[in-house]
Design a protein. Structure first.
Lengths: 75, 416
């Protein structure tokens, strides 16, 4: 019986890194938007935070697109 | 199509029935947390999941081909064996649905196939090492991988994002959760609809209707995709409730982390050639998300019941598959007996399920409250549930018991 530890390990590592990375990015994006909300309520602006937020969301969208690509182009 | 015998037709119909149970059994995987956190209304969630399942079914035929080409020895298998396997898988799916436990539809199918093969050709026909590496090990690894990932992600998210509450935060996680749930649905469609396509193709090859090594015919792809989408749309509300609120209470942020972890683990595993069951992955990620939040609680009693169901899935489906195979072996009347038994038990299970109805109106509320109160409260905020009543009736044989529990919802709906 041959157990493919390398495959298990890589699935483990990839899932862990991607999930934590994606959720962290998205959290940053959401907190950027929340900052804008707060700033708008106080009459200020938060240009940097909003730009950062959109960069984060774009990265997440790219990750989702890559996911769809993986589904469609299954080897 | 000339050699399209009766047994072949029965196998195809049974396979589509399995696909249907597969769909409503696994709606929970993609949509349970989306529904329980309120990101999407139950009906919209299952509709979206059904549509994406259908799309997913058309995206590729790779999974179907691995089943119909090479996984099982095409020459030695008779349509009756496949029929017996499907009977085992369907009954196990319905039984676990009745008690509201998520279990792997693929394991049920494999169990049925193994049982039927053993009854037909003996224990030598089953490869024990393949069983361990392809079935048992992934079943243990999947919840661990997804659970750990979603726990860390949740912890991280609360760490860097703080406790920020507000319109933007709420909307943000809602959108994120919908997107990741959509990805899970799509991945599910490409995997599970194709398992049925593979089985039907295998049966057609075994019955001599198409030549070995051919791709699934278009009508097979279409009908399998439609069957799983319809099943998804009907919604396995019992399992959604267990998965969404029975294991742990989730905030939108945790739901997002859980779904992202599930989507990532499913895609990573299928891409790297180490297949994980969607059900196991999602259950693990939901528990992980529950553990990741400070003060989050996982109900281990529910988790234990689920684990027991997972362990039982393979042997139970195998036992039914083996029994069904030995009866079909007796001749054509044996096959007829099994078919009647399948229909009768399915009807009985459905009948029992009507004693305590779980549908989109009470899927996120507890079981403790009397049904009348719940439906009245929900009816005030959701569109009239009249549509569901008719769906419930058209989906199965109309019985007087079906109309009864739904009637309390009608008066408040009329006043809205």
């Amino acid at each position: 019986m041959k157990i493919d530890w390398a495959a298990i390990g890589s699935v483990f590592g990839v899932s862990l890194v991607f999930t934590v990375g994606l959720v962290a990015l998205f959290t940053l994006g959401v907190s950027g938007l929340a900052r804008r909300e707060k700033a708008a309520a106080q009459g200020g602006s938060a240009g940097l935070a909003v730009t950062g937020a959109y960069v984060c969301f774009a990265a997440c969208a790219a990750a989702v697109a890559y996911g769809i690509y993986l589904i469609v182009a299954k080897p | 199509m000339e050699s399209f015998s009766l047994i072949l037709a029965i196998v195809v119909v049974t396979a589509l029935a399995f696909d249907f149970t597969n769909g409503f059994h696994d709606t929970a995987n993609a949509m349970a947390t989306t529904i329980s956190t309120g990101a999407l209304k139950p009906k919209i969630a299952v509709t979206m999941s059904a549509a994406l399942n259908l799309v997913g079914a058309f995206l590729s035929v790779e999974v179907a081909n691995t089943i119909s080409k090479g996984l099982v020895d095409e020459t030695g298998i008779r349509p009756e064996v496949i029929f017996a396997a499907l009977v085992g898988a369907i009954l196990w799916n319905l039984l676990t649905w009745l008690v509201g436990l998520p279990s792997s539809s693929s394991h049920a199918l494999m169990g049925g196939l193994i049982g039927a093969t053993v009854a037909s050709a003996g224990f030598g026909a089953v490869h024990g090492d393949v069983l361990v590496t392809k079935v048992l090990l992934p079943a243990v690894a999947a919840p661990l991988v997804a659970g750990l990932a979603s726990m860390l992600a949740t912890r991280f998210s609360y760490g860097i994002g703080g406790k920020a509450e507000g319109e933007a935060t709420r909307k943000g996680y809602r959108a994120g959760q919908i997107a990741s749930a959509g990805l899970v649905s799509l991945a599910h469609g490409t995997n599970d609809a194709q398992k049925t396509m593979g089985i039907i193709t295998l049966a057609l090859i075994a019955g001599g209707a198409i030549s070995p090594g051919s791709n699934p015919p278009t009508w097979v792809i279409l009908s399998a995709g439609l069957a799983i989408a319809l099943g998804t749309y009907i919604g396995g509300w019992r399992i959604i409730r267990t998965m969404g609120t029975g294991l742990t209470e989730l905030e939108p942020r945790q739901g997002f982390a859980a779904q992202t972890s599930a989507a990532t683990a499913i895609l990573a595993s299928s891409h790297l050639g180490f297949s994980l069951s969607t059900t196991h992955v999602v259950s693990g990620s939901v528990m992980g998300a529950g553990l990741g939040r400070k003060g989050g609680v996982v109900r281990w009693s529910t988790a234990t019941r689920m684990a027991v169901a997972w362990v039982l899935t393979l042997p139970a489906a195998a036992l039914v598959g083996a029994g069904a195979e030995s009866v079909t072996d007796l001749g054509d009347w044996g096959t007829a007996v099994v078919a009647v038994f399948l229909v009768a038990s399915s009807a009985a299970i459905w009948k029992i399920s009507r004693r305590e109805v779980v549908d989109h109106t009470n899927v996120v509320t507890g079981t403790e409250e009397p049904a009348g109160v719940v439906t009245t409260a929900i009816a005030a905020v959701t569109p009239p549930p009249a549509g569901t009543i008719t769906e419930g009736l058209t989906a199965t044989i109309a019985s007087p018991a079906a109309a009864e529990p739904a009637t309390p919802a009608a008066p408040p709906a009329a006043t809205v």
